[in-house]
Ligand binder design. Structure first.
Ligand code: CU
Length: 187
């Protein structure tokens, strides 16, 4: 009995060590939320959540979760845009793309902007969910942070993002802006 209980204790200790090692690798370093509103249509609403974790290599990985309702069925482009303003949605500026070759034109560097994400798929019920990961931007301070001097927003577009295979053809990144949400750090 005694040997068995010592063995059981060692197994528990080993389990705790391995759990704490993986927890350190996936430690949440920041969280943020954006409340999505329609650019002109008050029937559109939703929420986006961003969670930043450190990978085993020290890379900041962002989990992106977005829910939206009130949009037409189909795929809709989703990006982070460069200015924290939804009034009007055009005030959000171009795609978030800090750096020496940053945003010279809205579609000019598409789909290589740091704020470029994937399409959200909206069902016939008008609801859409998006889940993805990115290492292109961060929430914590640094050169890729969404919380730069003018903040950042989510923009959802009327049309799908084609990722512009033929270059900057007008509308190739999703066309008109239909919904917007200012990214706010969770307190
Ligand atoms: Cu956009």
């Amino acid at each position: 009995m005694k040997v068995q209980s010592i063995c059981a204790g060692l197994i528990v200790v080993a389990g705790l060590i391995s759990v704490s090692a993986s927890a350190a690798q996936n430690q949440v370093s920041a969280r943020a939320t954006a409340e999505i509103i329609g650019c002109t249509d008050p029937a559109i609403s939703g929420t986006a959540r961003l969670i930043e974790r450190r990978s085993a290599n020290g890379i900041k990985v962002i989990d992106v979760r977005l829910f939206v309702q009130g949009l037409p069925e189909g795929r809709h482009a989703v990006h982070i845009h460069e200015v924290a303003s939804c009034q009007p949605c055009a005030a959000a500026g171009g795609h978030f793309d800090p750096g020496p070759n940053g945003n010279s034109s809205p579609d000019g560097n598409h789909p290589f902007h740091l704020g470029d994400l994937i399409n959200v798929v909206v069902t016939p019920s008008g609801r859409g969910r998006l889940r993805t990961k990115t290492t292109r931007f961060t929430l914590s301070p640094g050169p890729l942070s969404l919380f730069d001097s003018d903040g950042s927003v989510f923009i959802i577009h009327a049309d799908p993002d084609t990722f512009c295979p033929a270059g900057p053809v007008p509308g190739c990144a999703g066309g008109a802006r239909v919904a917007c949400g200012i990214v706010e750090p969770d307190r």
